[in-house]
Design a protein around this ligand. Sequence first.
Ligand code: NAD
Length: 501
Amino acid sequence: MMEPRPSPLATIDGAIPRDGVAGHRRPETESMEKISFLNQVNRNFDKAAAFTSHDRTLLEQIKVCNSVYRMAFPLRRDDGTIEVIHAWRAEHSQHKMPTKGGIRFSPDVNEDEVMALAALMSYKCAVVNVPFGGAKGGVAINRKNYSAHELERITRRYTFELTKKNFIGPGVDVPAPDYATGPQEMAWIADTYISLQRNELDGLGCVTGKPVHLGGIRGRREATGLGVTYGIREACSNAADTKALGLTPGLDGKRIVIQGFGNVGYHAAKSLEEGGGRIVAVGEADGSISLPAGLPVEKLLEHRQEKGTIMGFPGSTALPERDLLLELDCDILIPAALENAITLNNAARIKARIVAEAANGPTTAEASDQLFQRGVLVIPDSYLNAGGVTVSYFEWLKNLSHVRFGRMEKRFEERAFQHVLRVVESATAKKLGDDIYRAMVHGADEKDLVYSGLEETMVNAYQEIREIQKRLDGQADLRTAALIDAIDKIARCYAEMGIFP
Ligand code: NAD
């Protein structure tokens, strides 16, 4: 059994906490310093590091953010006025190259936040065995306040800045979508980068989450939400673990509450519903709704697309306050919006038995400790939302190989299956029906392979971190186990490079 030791990093200031821009959300009962997202991530790191026996300097190197590029550039708005845009890119760790991490558009984004998110990316990639270092980017805008042309100009200029300083490239640093960005922004990034680096054969691998016809991969859009479902399903699959939570094994009939109905929240809701879960409440920026019989996810999406809001969905009840959603009686609570949703302000009132962190940093470190003490299972962000980067890895591999997954083997596999069925027919002297042929004779296409690789990754990684947690014999939560896993793997890289003992 591993014993915790006093944190070797108690005095290390490798990643200096920096205060955010005005407007960064800070619950009143936690001090400004404590709520710094970077402090939160580093506090969790220190806790895990105390269970390892790595050299102090090595731990400092793993924890510190290696490079940050802070930029400001002018935007000419459609009405002719000029505005200064502030943006960042942080590369936390180059122990594996390229570094990888999304770009978010949010008025609250700041240097502390991108450094914290970049660190989380390093740990996440290590947990799911994706061979990248961690990075993250942010542009301090509310996208709702800009036209499509303005967003294009911002994204292209941001890419230009990254290219100038060598903060982007298929072997250097590879962005992806995050909060309030998607395939369109990734397409602008790819196009700008390729225009500037005309001779780079692998240029499309400079960014992932692109539209499929521009070098994207089938299955990337839903990857994070689907990975969340695979992770929750795995956590609910063990009879002893679910019994300890007062739940039955499996997803069937589980009452699920989701905060955030964007890319991650919607796709998690959809796949959980398909797996037998019941989505009893959903929250969005403008309010929350509940329906104990279950909100039909596809119809809720249609309603939102038509009306611009989830509010007023037929049969649902609006909650008196948006954030009361988090305190509803349910089996699984999925924060899938932004960080600091669960703090000391509301942790004691959380009734869910499982908190599944689809968002990055939705639970403060202190709140997470309190939930652990109350026997609530927190499935940590550093594992649970890694489906996005996993499929981004597949997309990057596709871009480097210049061939679609399944293209070479699909028909070969179909013929092999046909051949086996014919052998069965001749051995049994029985004709098999068309339905059997249709079900069996299917060579894997790109989406099948992506889903298969994603499921394999999420299942294996869960078992790895659960095993580490078991060895800790009740002393630490799953978040700490995941971080111990990440620290050990990154430490091994440095050891193999011969830099640290
Ligand atoms: P998104 O922009 O598609 O969706 C976020 C949704 O949350 C939006 O619909 C927004 O209106 C809503 N929202 C904002 N504030 C809210 C509040 N206070 N209460 C309820 N809803 C609120 O973003 P996304 O890509 O789904 O990302 C969500 C989270 O998942 C972020 O923390 C992000 O870092 C994390 N994440 C995303 C990916 C990815 O592949 N997109 C991968 C890993 C982690």
